[in-house]
Design a protein around this ligand. Structure first.
Ligand code: NAD
Length: 380
């Protein structure tokens, strides 16, 4: 069986598997092909792959002959014209936002595993790409903010005068938010945090940040630990507290997302007027609409002296480590769908395999995506 690593399309810098991880893939008794210059932007050369005895191929050859294709992002329309029916695709396809595309893949008889849909269980942790990449995004968000902020992060008392520590406000304490807290604390900032999930309070406090509580959050236990939409009453209470917090903040890092939905607007127009000039907002929820009214995805803008960076793929700015961690997640998942003889198996008794299998045998098979495909004629 041929397992291939596709070159990502710009501006993506990562690659699914690095040369140093090829041995682990070959141990699964498969033949490995890599698209020419696939690892270039992650500082992995074709020669690095060649030293591992893999075949370097052009894109068309890979599409026409592979059994499993590893591609972080979706395929181009041109790729679809060449791909062999029955091919297995494994990547991060965000099917909750791309149901029509998933239907199209099913019609082309492609089997799609979207690893961003893997259940957030203890067993899935080693395959959890959202976590491995969000961790990098949280770290990088703080470094980017420190670079753009026209003042110091740590407190200084010098002969030339005193500098107070920067105040960092973090909205959303998921994987990215928690890493942002840790990084901002390491740089000496004072950190305040909001999240709708009270369960996260202890983690926030153990990292040395203040957790701002808003009473009456909707119960999210049935949502697999993810956030759910909040009542109007809760939103009003939260907005009042965030209004006060943004007025004091120098750096704001927003990470709040709700799977399959537009990101909540946490910083309103009125709050924007309360933010100090020179402040920096890093919005990691930019791809799903952003947490501010002025976020533009993949753009940095100046809004009345406030810098707003909209970037949901900061992991790609550290392509080597991001690829390394992503690759390890993928290798762990491949062990569930490749048997000892090196052949593809789809064991739908396994909740992790079932949880991220979107299309199979010509159909959309994932319950949530099926509902989206069936309910929305607009998705055609
Ligand atoms: P995410 O990217 O979906 O959201 C980021 C954070 O924003 C979350 O903490 C969320 O609660 C928060 N948020 C959403 N709406 C908000 C609002 N209106 N106001 C304030 N905050 C808001 O989150 P994530 O990092 O992907 O983590 C999601 C869940 O998965 C968490 O419970 C996390 O602990 C859990 N998780 C489990 C595992 C595992 O066991 N395998 C691994 C990683 C994460």
């Amino acid at each position: 069986m041929i397992v291939s690593i596709l070159k990502e399309i710009a501006p993506e810098n990562r690659v699914s598997i690095l040369p140093e991880q090829i041995d682990a893939l070959q141990k699964m008794h498969v033949e490995v092909w890599v698209e020419m210059s696939a690892g270039e932007k992650a500082h992995a050369t074709d020669n690095g792959y060649l030293l591992k005895n893999v075949a370097i191929k052009d894109r068309t050859a890979i599409l026409q002959s592979s059994d499993i294709i590893l591609s972080i992002n979706g395929l181009t329309p041109n790729d679809l014209a060449h791909i062999k029916p029955g091919t297995v695709l494994l990547g991060v396809f965000q099917p909750l936002f791309n149901a029509a595309l998933m239907k199209h893949y099913a019609e082309r008889n492609l089997t799609v595993f979207s690893i961003d849909m893997i259940p957030r269980t203890t067993r899935a942790q080693s395959m959890d790409v959202l976590s491995s990449q969000a961790n990098i995004a949280g770290y990088k968000a703080v470094l980017l903010a420190a670079d753009l902020y026209p003042r110091y992060f740590p407190m200084f008392m010098t002969a030339a005068g005193s500098i107070p520590p920067a105040k960092v406000l973090i909205l959303g304490a998921g994987v990215a938010g928690l890493q942002a807290i840790a990084t901002a604390r390491r740089l000496g900032a004072v950190v305040e945090v909001f999240d709708t999930r009270p369960a996260v309070k202890e983690e926030v406090m153990s990292l040395g940040a203040k957790f701002v509580e808003v009473e009456g959050a909707a119960d999210a236990t049935a949502a697999g630990g993810y956030a759910v939409e909040q009542s109007k009453e809760y939103q009003q209470k939260q907005q009042k507290k965030i209004f006060e917090a943004v007025g004091k903040a120098d750096i704001i890092i927003t990470t709040a997302q709700i799977p399959g939905k537009k990101a909540p607007l946490l910083i309103t127009e009125e709050m924007m007027l309360n933010i100090k000039r020179g402040s920096v907002i890093i919005d990691l929820a930019a791809a799903t609409g952003g947490n501010t009214p002025h976020t533009h995805n993949n753009k940095t803008i100046d809004y009345n002296g406030i810098t707003i960076v909209g970037n949901s793929n900061l992991a790609a700015t550290m392509p080597y480590d991001a690829s390394k961690l992503y690759g390890k997640n993928i290798l762990n998942f491949l062990q569930l769908i490749i048997n000892k003889e090196g052949a593809f198996v789809a064991n739908f008794e396994d909740e992790l395999v079932k949880g991220c299998c979107i299309t199979y045998d010509g159909d959309v098979v994932h319950d949530k995506i099926k509902v989206l495909v069936d309910s929305a004629g607009v998705l055609e």
